[in-house]
Design a protein around this ligand. Structure first.
Ligand code: BGC
Length: 343
């Protein structure tokens, strides 16, 4: 009997629940990753038998708030939200709670509210440690004398992930900065100084141009530029191409966006943390099935993600790094991209 029940349940999880509506709120179509996340979620949910209300909010928190409110009014039974600003959706989360609608924070944590039920993401701190370790290994900081010059570009202060990325990398790099083996000539080592509002390429680019003009105009080498993600890395790469005459630095990134993988192949970006959006979408679809079937929801971290009101039970997927040596296997052989995507 038990066996039968388990089988029936797992079939229900795979088959989904005839036509129940799931609201999926994504931040913007401007960055490649969110288009992929949205498409993956929609396809997987529809394949599992759900109806999907997928909305993009043009990076405008107010638009996202009203889109989520509309999803609730129009009968969504579970909400999946990748927030533009973690703290801006309080009213919608209150409304979801009143209506007993479970909310899954997707990739970015929803802050300052207890109306969030689960969080599914890649291990954000680990994204940072993978980037930091890459710089340590590539410069051979353990053995080399140095000093090496480092600059840092971080993410959006409104995105809770950005601090995790920064801290993950800086916890590894700071000892070398303190020891003087890594030198940050701009002097900008605090998150607030390195942050990039809304993760914008142009903003990262103009800050990088200023740093280059003030500290490296005489051809002094920059050895590494820690960039928290690919959209900011692109800005730094544009600035390097325009204004920098020293040896090309190590540049880190995250997401394996097509433009950045092309730059990796061309030698303009050293690595990018690969977060296979198919993995995250699969996990979230599974969690939705578990929620709607009233069975235990898969989580693997119940301590790390406090949103200032509650600690949100989380499922963290594991990121890996891609570089010119392994991108074919990771990105092409796995079907994530086609060869044409990278031309
Ligand atoms: C995501 C990153 C992404 C960044 C900008 C973060 O919340 O985790 O993958 O690069 O937002 O969209």
């Amino acid at each position: 009997m038990k066996k039968f029940l388990a089988l029936a349940l797992s079939t229900a999880l795979v088959a989904g629940m005839n036509g129940q509506k799931i609201g999926v709120s994504m931040p913007t179509k401007d960055l490649q990753r969110w288009n992929q996340d949205g498409e993956n979620m929609q396809k997987m949910l529809e394949d599992a038998g759900y109806e999907v209300d997928l909305q993009y909010a043009s990076n405008d928190p107010q638009t996202q708030l009203s889109q989520v409110e509309n999803m609730i009014s129009s009968g969504a039974e579970v909400l999946v939200i990748a927030a533009i600003e973690g703290s801006s959706l309080g009213e919608a989360l209150d409304m979801a709670k009143e209506n007993e609608i479970p909310v899954i924070a997707y990739d970015r944590l929803l802050m300052d509210n207890d109306g969030v039920s689960y969080y599914a993401t890649f291990d954000n701190y680990m994204v940072g440690t993978v980037q930091g370790q890459y710089i340590i290994d590539t410069l051979d900081l353990e053995n080399a004398d140095g000093p090496f010059n480092l600059e840092i570009t971080a993410g959006d202060p409104g995105d809770n992930n950005a601090g995790f990325f920064f801290n993950g990398a800086m916890d590894l790099l700071k000892p070398y900065i303190e020891e003087g083996k890594l030198v940050v000539k701009s002097g900008q080592t605090e998150f607030e100084e390195c942050a990039t509002a809304q993760w914008k390429t142009e903003t990262a680019q103009s800050r990088a141009e200023n740093i280059i003009a003030s500290n490296y105009a005489d051809g002094t080498n920059i050895d590494a530029w820690l960039c928290s993600n690919d959209s900011t890395a692109l800005g730094v790469e544009n600035a390097l191409a325009a204004n920098y005459t020293g040896e090309y630095p190590i540049v880190t990134g995250q997401d394996c966006d097509k433009e950045n993988v092309k730059n990796m192949i061309a030698g303009k970006q050293s690595m990018s943390v690969f977060k296979d959006t198919r993995t995250l979408a699969t996990q979230v679809v599974k969690m939705i099935g578990q929620i709607l079937n009233g069975v235990d929801v898969d989580v693997n971290d119940t301590e790390t993600y406090n949103n200032n009101v509650i600690t949100v039970p989380s499922y963290l997927c594991e990121p890996v790094f891609a570089d010119v040596n392994n991108y074919k296997e990771l990105l092409l052989d796995s079907g994530y991209y086609t060869e044409d995507d990278l031309k």
